[in-house]
Design a protein around this ligand. Structure first.
Ligand SMILES: N[C@@H](CCC(=O)N[C@@H](CS)C(=O)NCC(=O)O)C(=O)O
Length: 205
């Protein structure tokens, strides 16, 4: 399998999942500005949407969209329990979280990355994000992970997007449940490995 990624982007979520599962994979860096891969190839030939994460299976199939990718990966190693079995109530609960993170957190961060947006737009986005963090923080004070005591692909995704707070002076310590969640997930060996790998790739340029 090949994971097309960009250091620190939302592709960190499937990157963490691959390492948590212990699946063999090749990480291919994408330059999102030029839409080229590390060897100079046209990334849009792989994913015409031009964004990461993108997963390429050994049979050549391409899968895009983070929430779909992490569920596919979790289903390759069900014993690791990163997603409940398909068709169960618990799986729908996981999908509820993945959709929430995607639309209510991930895509609410996106306007903050756009330098062309005025401060009024950015402030409104920060207010929305603060509201979402305040909503989920009490749950994460009561339980270790979004779905209970078991780490899941939704936690990898939430951890990934929360990591962007530091770029916009959003102090997660305002929400104790969230701050503790970030510490807890960062301490997982597979997560630390993924972060270290991406930091080295970023440093290498
Ligand atoms: N709907 C996609 C969105 C992925 C996305 O927003 N990727 C960003 C990085 S976090 C990206 O590659 N942006 C570059 C671009 O859209 O040109 C998903 O959920 O996987």
């Amino acid at each position: 399998m090949k994971l097309y990624f960009s250091p620190g982007a939302c592709s960190l979520s499937p990157h963490i999942v691959l390492r948590e599962l212990g699946l063999p994979f090749e990480a291919i860096k994408v330059d999102l500005a030029t839409k080229t891969t590390a060897d100079g190839a046209d990334f849009k030939a792989v994913n015409p949407k031009g964004y990461v994460p993108t997963l390429q299976l050994d049979n050549g199939e391409i899968l895009t969209e983070g929430p779909a990718i992490v569920q596919y990966l979790a289903d390759q190693a069900p014993d690791k329990k990163l997603a409940p079995a398909n068709g169960t109530w618990e799986r729908y609960r996981l999908q509820e979280w993945l959709n929430f993170i995607s639309t209510e957190i991930h895509k609410q961060f996106s306007p903050l990355f756009n330098a062309a947006n005025p401060d009024s737009v950015k402030d409104a986005q920060k207010t929305k994000l603060a509201q979402r963090f305040a909503e989920i923080s009490p749950l994460l004070e009561k339980q270790d992970y979004l779905t209970g005591s078991q780490f899941s692909v939704a936690d990898a995704y939430l951890f990934t997007v929360l990591g962007w707070s530091k770029y916009f002076h959003i102090d997660l310590n305002q929400w104790q449940g969230i701050a503790k969640f970030v510490e807890r997930v960062a301490a997982r060996p597979a997560v630390a490995e993924a972060l270290e790998f991406e930091a080295q790739v970023k440093k290498a340029g």
